[in-house]
Design a protein around this ligand. Structure first.
Ligand code: HEC
Length: 121
């Protein structure tokens, strides 16, 4: 299961690290040489997503849990034709689409949460 996260990680990291291209330092300067899920990806999900999509069932939004791989790979409860994460295919992954969208009504984390992703970790 872990290796599937790693395959997905490259795409997700490209998205996370390139969301805000107008801010310094530039993407190329902050992009790590190799991507490690536990070191590079999970801390971002933990800081920016788990408050609403993590272990606490009482705070979980949209029935979506991103801290467990099996849950993150399942069909979405509110959009059953989509999956949060499709390993190796960021453009089929709702997580990628939600963090890169220009539409602030769809963007994750929600703008009102003040938990925006930054260009560098
Ligand atoms: C402050 C709470 C909050 C945070 C933080 C948050 N989300 Fe969400 N998320 C929501 C809510 C509420 C919904 C349901 C409304 C919607 O679909 O926009 C949602 C929906 C989603 C969906 C669609 C689920 C579906 O069934 O269609 C995805 C994918 C998602 N979030 C990913 C993320 C990711 C990735 C992060 C972190 C980068 C994140 N969210 C952070 C509140 C949050």
């Amino acid at each position: 299961m872990f290796h599937r996260y790693v395959i997905f990680a490259a795409g997700l990291t490209a998205a996370l690290f390139s969301c805000n291209t107008n801010t310094q330092p530039r993407t190329a300067e902050v992009m790590p040489d190799s991507i490690d899920y536990s070191f590079h990806i999970r801390p971002i999900l933990s800081d920016k997503c788990f408050a609403c999509h993590g272990p606490d069932a009482n705070k979980r939004e949209a029935g979506l849990r991103l801290d467990i791989a099996d849950s993150a790979y399942k069909a979405l409860q509110e959009s059953p034709d989509m999956h949060a994460l499709v390993p190796g295919n960021p453009r089929a992954s709702a997580v990628f689409l939600r963090i890169t969208t220009e539409d602030s009504s769809l963007r994750m984390p929600p703008p009102a949460s003040n938990m925006q992703l930054s260009a560098s970790p």
